[in-house]
Design a protein around this ligand. Structure first.
Ligand SMILES: *[C@@H]1O[C@H](CO)[C@@H](O)[C@H](O)[C@H]1NC(C)=O
Ligand SMILES: *[C@@H]1O[C@H](CO)[C@@H](O)[C@H](O)[C@H]1NC(C)=O
Ligand SMILES: *[C@@H]1O[C@H](CO)[C@@H](O)[C@H](O)[C@H]1NC(C)=O
Length: 511
C-alpha cells in the first residue's frame, strides 16, 4: 500500500526524497559527471546531499547541499604524482597506482572535517536512498549502516572495471574484454589474451584480498562500528549505473541490474562567453580544440614540447583554442589560451573541426556526441584503451607523447583535418550514440525513482550474486565430469586387460 502511495506521489511529482550522494573518487571530472545527475534529481523535486572532494559555490541550488572533504587535492598533489604514474606507465603499475590512490584517499578522508560533518548528523536522520560512486575508494560504505541501510544505487562515471564486474557477478570474458589499462582491442592475439587474463585477475585479486580488507579495517576504526563485510555489502545494492554505451564501447554482456547510462553528463549547449565568441567569429577556417582534461596539467609538457606545438599551430589556417594551466609567451595570432574552457559548448560549436585530447572517457564521449574527430595523446589508466577503440573505429589518430616532433604533430593534425574519413566515421558514431528512445540522464533518473518507489528491484538480480565463483563458472561440474571421464577410461582399460587374459585368441595355423 505504502509503495502504491509512493508511486502515485512520484508520478505526480510531489514526492520529495532525501538522497545522500557519495562521490569519493578524487577527480574533478568525475564530480562534474555525478553533479549532472544530482542536479537533475534536485530539479525533479528531491533533496540531495553530496559528499565529495570538490567545492561548490554556496547555494548553487536549493535542496542541493555539498559537504566537501576539504583540501584533498592540495594533499594528494604532495603525495601522489600523476607525472610518476605516467612515467612508469605499464599496465600492472597503473593497476597498483589506482589501488594506492584509493588507500591514500581513505586515509585522508577519515581525518577530514567533511567526513566528521556527515558522521555527526543526528543518529535518527533518515535518507531514503544512497547513491554511491564506487569507481575507486569504498571505505565510506560505513555510511550505509550509519544511516540505517536505505536502498543503495551504485554508480560509476567510468567503464565496468574488472573488479566491479566480478563483484556484481557480471559475465567476465577476458578473451574479448580488454582490461582498461591495456592498449588492446577486443580482438586479441594469443599473447594478448594471456596477458589480459593476468591483468584482469591481478586487478580482481588485489581488490578482493588487499585493497578492500584494508579499507574495511580502517573504516571500522573511523566509524567506530562493526561494519559488515564490504564484499558482502555489494549484494545489497539495488542497481549499478555505468558510464558506457554500445555506440562507442565494445559489445559485452550486461546483467539486467547493470544499466548503461553512458554520456549522461552531456548537457544542452550554452552560449559561449564573449571572448570565446569573438575567437570563433574570426575563425574562418574552423577551430581546433586542445585540452588534456582536469587531471593532467599542462606542466606535463617541456618548454621544447610547447614550442613545437606553437610552431605547428602557427603554420595552420585554423584557430587553436588551448586549455593551458599557465600563461605563455610568444603565442601565435591564431592560438587562444585559457586556464578554463567550456568543453561541451566548444565541442558542440559547428566551427570546431578537431579535438586534441588525452582520450579520457568523458572527453571522448563528448567528442563522439558532437561528432568531432580526434588526435589522441593518451597518458595512463583507461586512455590507451580508449585510444585503441577510437583508432579501431577510424575516428582518431594517435600522437605519441614521447615523440612530440614537428612532423608527428603536424602529420597527425593534418591527417584528421584533410582526410574526410574521420569526420564521416565519427558522424556515423554520433548518430548511433544520439539515437536512443530516452536520454542517458532520463534513464538514470528513471531508475533512481524506480528504486525510490519500489525498493530494490530484486526481479533484476541473477542468482549468481549469491553464488561462489566456482559455482557460477561450474568449476566443480568440470572437475566432476573430468573425474568421471578418468574413471571411465580406467574401467575401460581394466576391462581390456581382463579380456586379454580370458579371451586370448588361439593362434591359427596358416600353413
Ligand atoms: C535536505 O538535505 C539537507 C542537507 O543534508 C538537510 O539538512 C535537510 O534536512 C534535508 N531536507 C529534508 C526535507 O530532508
Ligand atoms: C526543496 O525541497 C522541498 C522538500 O524537501 C520542497 O518542498 C521544495 O519545493 C524544494 N525546492 C525546490 C526549489 O525544488
Ligand atoms: C544488507 O541490508 C540489510 C538490511 O536491509 C542489513 O541488515 C544487512 O546488514 C546488509 N548487509 C550487508 C552485508 O551490508
Amino acid at each position: 500500500m505504502i509503495q502504491i502511495v509512493y508511486m502515485f506521489l512520484v508520478l505526480h511529482g510531489v514526492y520529495s526524497a532525501n538522497i545522500l550522494y557519495i562521490a569519493p573518487l578524487g577527480s574533478p571530472s568525475h564530480y562534474l559527471w555525478n553533479k549532472v545527475l544530482a542536479l537533475e534529481l534536485v530539479a525533479t523535486g528531491h533533496n540531495v546531499t553530496m559528499l565529495t572532494h570538490d567545492y561548490e559555490k554556496k547555494d548553487v541550488l536549493t535542496n542541493y547541499t555539498v559537504i566537501t572533504i576539504e583540501d584533498f587535492y592540495e594533499h594528494t598533489s604532495k603525495h601522489f604524482y600523476i607525472e610518476d604514474v605516467i612515467l612508469k606507465g605499464n599496465t600492472i603499475q597503473n593497476i597498483l597506482d589506482l589501488h594506492d590512490y584509493a588507500k591514500l584517499t581513505c586515509d585522508y578522508d577519515f581525518q577530514s572535517a567533511g567526513f566528521q560533518k556527515l558522521l555527526n548528523y543526528p543518529q535518527d536522520f533518515k535518507f531514503d536512498l544512497i547513491i554511491f560512486d564506487i569507481t575507486g575508494p569504498i571505505c565510506l560504505y560505513g555510511f550505509i549502516s550509519r544511516f540505517h541501510n536505505p536502498p543503495v544505487i551504485a554508480i560509476t562515471a567510468f567503464t565496468l572495471s574488472p573488479h566491479l564486474s566480478y563483484l556484481f557477478t557480471n559475465p567476465l570474458y577476458t578473451s574479448y574484454m580488454p582490461h582498461f589499462a591495456t592498449t588492446y582491442s577486443n580482438k586479441m592475439t594469443f599473447l594478448e589474451r594471456t596477458l589480459n587474463f593476468i591483468y584482469t585477475y591481478f586487478d580482481i585479486v588485489l581488490a578482493m584480498y588487499i585493497s578492500f580488507p584494508y579499507q574495511h579495517q580502517t573504516a571500522i576504526v573511523a566509524f567506530n562500528a562493526p561494519l559488515p563485510d564490504f564484499v558482502e555489502t555489494h549484494k545489497n545494492f539495488s542497481l549499478f549505473l555505468i558510464n558506457t554505451d554500445f555506440a562507442m564501447d565494445y559489445p559485452t554482456p550486461l546483467l539486467p541490474n547493470i544499466i548503461p547510462v553512458g554520456g549522461l553528463q552531456i548537457q544542452p549547449l550554452k552560449p559561449l562567453s564573449q571572448d570565446l565568441e569573438n575567437v570563433f567569429n574570426h575563425a574562418e577556417h574552423g577551430v581546433i580544440f586542445f585540452s588534456l582534461g582536469t587531471n593532467i596539467n599542462s606542466k606535463i609538457f617541456t618548454d621544447e614540447d610547447i614550442n613545437t606545438f606553437l610552431n605547428v599551430f602557427s603554420k595552420l589556417q585554423e584557430v587553436v583554442v588551448w586549455k593551458f594551466n599557465d600563461s605563455l609567451q610568444n603565442v601565435p595570432k591564431n592560438v587562444f589560451i585559457s586556464k578554463w574552457l567550456p568543453q561541451n559548448d566548444i565541442l558542440g560549436h559547428p566551427k570546431t573541426k578537431l579535438f586534441i585530447t588525452h582520450c579520457g572517457r568523458l572527453s571522448t564521449q563528448e567528442a563522439i556526441y558532437h561528432a568531432v574527430p580526434m588526435v589522441g595523446i593518451p597518458y595512463f589508466i583507461d586512455q590507451n584503451e580508449n585510444m585503441a577503440r577510437l583508432i579501431n573505429k577510424g575516428v582518431a589518430v594517435y600522437l605519441n607523447n614521447k615523440h612530440f616532433t614537428f612532423g608527428n604533430i603536424h602529420g597527425a593534425i593534418t591527417e584528421v583535418l584533410r582526410n574526410p574519413k574521420y569526420k564521416y566515421n565519427i558522424k556515423k558514431m554520433s548518430e548511433k550514440f544520439k539515437n536512443y528512445i530516452n536520454s542517458p540522464l532520463d534513464r538514470a533518473v528513471f531508475w533512481v525513482e524506480h528504486v525510490l518507489a519500489y525498493g530494490a528491484p530484486d526481479y533484476l538480480n541473477a542468482p549468481s550474486r549469491d553464488m561462489k565463483f566456482y559455482k557460477i563458472n561450474n568449476v566443480d561440474v568440470f572437475l566432476f565430469l573430468l573425474l568421471c571421464l578418468l574413471l571411465l577410461c580406467y574401467i575401460f582399460y581394466c576391462v581390456l586387460q581382463i579380456s586379454k587374459i580370458f579371451f586370448k585368441q588361439p593362434k591359427i595355423k596358416t600353413n
